[in-house]
Design a protein. Structure first.
Length: 202
């Protein structure tokens, strides 16, 4: 989990949370899960989340939110968050885009490198946009991969990077999914499985 990456060090830390209130489902769920975990920590006041819009506190938690202008992801990570970072924040956890310069250190989460391994799946504009990730990633002191596979990809693409600077923090499964699974399939799910010929668990 992400908090374990930060838990063993002193000081205050930030999390780029652009997708907290809106955005693609994967990014939205990822940010919410990370912040939920940090907000539940006994030292939640050590963490600052950079969000679009209002800088309200997370209800019932000491976790602080810092308002950042609503600009595109690239500008959000490389300009807006570094400018908004309080001086006492030692490092910020980013997704994908690492700032080229910041008073705080940077750790960057990489979900995958499909744009490098399968470039034909992306438009020229997407390739140009995503192509900035590898250039900026060199500025990250730590790379957080969501799986061992992604960690292997990162080290293969950046062979000079210290392997100890690439850590794995797997994506977690939401608690409600465990609850749903333990409750068993609904009648509609059984019908769907029968219609599709699914006879065993995926």
């Amino acid at each position: 989990m992400i908090s374990s990456v930060m838990a063993d060090t002193d000081g205050r830390y930030g999390v780029e949370a652009r997708w907290l209130r809106a955005g693609p489902p994967s990014g939205h769920n990822y940010v919410r899960s990370v912040l939920r975990e940090l907000a539940a920590a006994p030292d939640a006041d050590r963490f600052v989340a950079f969000v679009r819009g209002s800088g309200r506190r997370v209800r019932g938690s000491a976790l602080n939110l810092v308002a950042v202008p609503n600009v595109p992801s690239l500008m959000y990570n490389t300009i807006a968050v570094p400018v908004a970072t309080p001086r006492d924040v030692r490092s910020v956890l980013y997704q994908n885009f690492t700032p080229p310069a910041s008073r705080a250190g940077a750790a960057t989460v990489i979900h995958d490198l499909i744009f490098l391994s399968n470039p034909d799946s992306f438009t020229p504009v997407e390739r140009a946009y995503l192509g900035l990730i590898p250039i900026l990633l060199r500025r990250a002191a730590v790379v957080v991969a969501v799986s061992e596979h992604v960690r292997t990809d990162v080290l293969a693409n950046w062979p000079k990077r210290d392997p100890e600077s690439v850590v794995v923090a797997p994506n977690a499964v939401a608690d409600w999914l465990f609850a749903a699974a333990s409750a068993g399939p609904t009648a509609s799910e059984e019908t769907t499985r029968r219609d599709l010929g699914i006879t065993r668990p995926y």
